[in-house]
Design a protein around this ligand. Structure first.
Ligand SMILES: O=c1[nH]cnc2c1ncn2[C@@H]1O[C@H](COP(=O)(O)OP(=O)(O)O)[C@@H](O)[C@H]1O
Ligand SMILES: [Ca+2]
Length: 491
């Protein structure tokens, strides 16, 4: 007679069903009880008042994870129409008004119930540094107007101020390394190269720099339990717009009526005003005596010669340290990967030169070819590009290559360590995110305690243990199995 399968008896079926129901109930309770709560977000707004224009950024992060890392993201950016706030020195109220379109937009983007808790910061960089140095009452008036305009919005306004060059460099470095998740994980950090219109910053960690040589260039941090000795320097007047002024000033020392400029395209001719050119503290002390009102600026499109003219704005004759970049400023040995952003990216992207695996010699050759392109031909090829930008890309590209290779000392070997970047994981590379993270204390000095298990891990372990318990329970009933399998006796 065929033995009946003990698993098919009513008792084992009932036990199994109850067991399965118990497991389902247990897992359901575990899942529901430990389910992450619906996400609530917090917001922060930073206005980057640069020399050429102002941009607004909204950042967002899960409300209960202020102190955790890698979770702050840029959700919106708005480019303010018109020039930077430093250009409104003679009409300060307009500086405040210019911000209103982007601020209205921010009001729509941040949920109303969060408005009053949302910090709003405005940081100004080299344009306002220059204005403040030449006319501090004009810069105070611009700030006053900007503050009054921002206070009218329902956010928690935290003030408008000028960042020091050191802060600008250091916060750019924090932004890049935070977005790359390098800080929390204690990985090798990435240097930051920021090129603006009126200043440029270089910031990196180097094993041969502990801050003792040239302490002015040192910024030390303790972030997520790791200590960092950062080298940073901001070169005022060496942003690409002021560098262009200095290069033109170099070529107009004798007050000529015409200059032939190798950094502009053949066929380019523009009349320029001497007073406008020299109206900046970066060049004002070099204004020629009694020049004509205007000079004719003629392009000759010669990259090699352009590089020679550009080199002359960097003074490398004196250095009281073990080594210098230029103008007597200490710079330790370059180390590690670098992210180059802001105008570095805009320019190299336009020139199709963001690929740093292309050998430097080939990059120079391509740029040489570009600079030699006739102006009329370029205008036809790029009808939508702003003429001011279009006319200056040859100069800007040459300036960038000269700065990187002749001044900072990038070579054919370490040039590929540079990545030209606009953004990382959807957030723009720049100082604003680092500035906000710092002011909202969102990067802890010590590593945060993390829960021993993530939610998914917790649920999996509960499920496995519950199944094991059921199997053990069924196995423990083994002595009853023969009983269960006995056929009912018919007497
Ligand atoms: O699309 C573009 N093409 C070329 N240059 C650009 C573009 N957008 C912005 N820029 C340049 O990037 C630079 C940004 O500098 P910013 O206004 O931040 O000055 P700052 O950092 O020195 O205060 C300016 O020189 C501006 O002209
Ligand atoms: Ca900038």
């Amino acid at each position: 007679m065929k033995e009946k399968n003990p698993w098919h008896t009513p008792v084992t079926i009932i036990i199994t069903v109850i067991g399965v129901i118990a497991i389902v109930a247990l897992v359901t309770v575990a899942v529901l009880q430990n389910r992450p709560l619906p996400q609530k977000y917090k917001y922060g707004i930073v206005l980057d008042a640069g020399s050429s224009h102002t941009a607004l950024y909204i950042y967002e992060w899960p409300a209960e994870k202020d102190n955790n890392t890698g979770r702050v993201e840029q959700t919106y950016s708005c480019k303010v129409k018109g020039p930077g706030i430093s250009s409104y020195a003679s009409a300060p109220l307009k500086a405040g008004e210019s911000l209103s379109v982007c601020m209205q937009e921010a009001k729509q983007r941040v949920p109303g119930r969060r408005h009053s808790q949302t910090p709003l910061y405005l940081g100004a960089t080299a344009g306002m540094r220059l204005l403040n140095s030449e006319n501090s009452s004009a810069s105070d008036k611009v700030f006053q107007a900007v503050e009054e305009a921002l206070q009218k919005f329902p956010f928690s306004f935290q003030g408008a101020r000028i960042l020091s060059g050191q802060e600008e460099g250091a916060f750019g470095w924090i932004t890049v390394n935070y977005l790359d998740d390098r800080l929390k994980q204690g990985l090798e950090t990435k240097g930051a190269l920021d090129l603006g219109g009126a200043s440029t910053q270089i910031s990196f960690v180097s094993d041969n720099y502990d801050g003792s040589e040239s302490p002015d260039n040192a910024v030390t941090f303790r972030l997520y339990g790791n200590d960092y000795n950062l080298y940073t320097h901001s070169f005022l007047c060496y942003g690409k717009d002021q560098a262009l002024r200095m290069t033109l000033a170099q070529q107009t020392q004798s007050g000529p009526g015409t200059i032939n400029d190798p950094c502009f395209h053949p066929g380019y001719t523009e009349s320029r005003n001497y007073s406008v050119l020299y109206d900046s503290p970066c060049v004002s002390d070099r204004k020629p005596q009694g020049p004509p009102a205007n000079f004719t600026h003629i392009g000759t499109g010669d990259f090699q010669q352009c590089q020679e003219v550009v080199k002359r704005i960097f003074n490398s004759t004196h250095c009281k340290y073990s080594q210098c970049s230029f103008n007597g400023v200490f710079q330790p040995l370059l180390q590690g990967p670098f992210g180059a952003f802001s105008a570095y990216y805009f320019v190299m992207n336009f020139l199709n030169l963001t690929d740093t695996s292309i050998p430097l010699e080939a990059v120079r050759e391509k740029l040489g070819h570009y600079c030699a392109t006739p102006w009329n031909q370029l205008k036809q090829q790029h009808p939508k590009v702003k003429l001011k930008y279009l006319s200056e890309y040859c100069f800007s590209g040459t300036y960038i290559l000269t700065l990187l290779t002749e001044v900072y000392n990038f070579t054919s070997e370490n040039y590929p360590n540079i990545k030209f970047i606009r953004e990382i994981k959807g957030s723009d590379a720049g100082w604003t995110l680092g500035y906000m993270l710092n002011l909202t204390n969102m990067i802890p000095a010590e590593a945060p305690d993390s829960p021993p298990l993530p939610h998914a891990g917790y649920v999996s372990i509960v499920t496995v243990i519950a199944i094991l318990l059921l199997v053990l329970f069924i196995l423990s009933l083994r002595p009853l199995w023969p009983l269960c399998s006995k056929r009912p006796q018919i007497v």
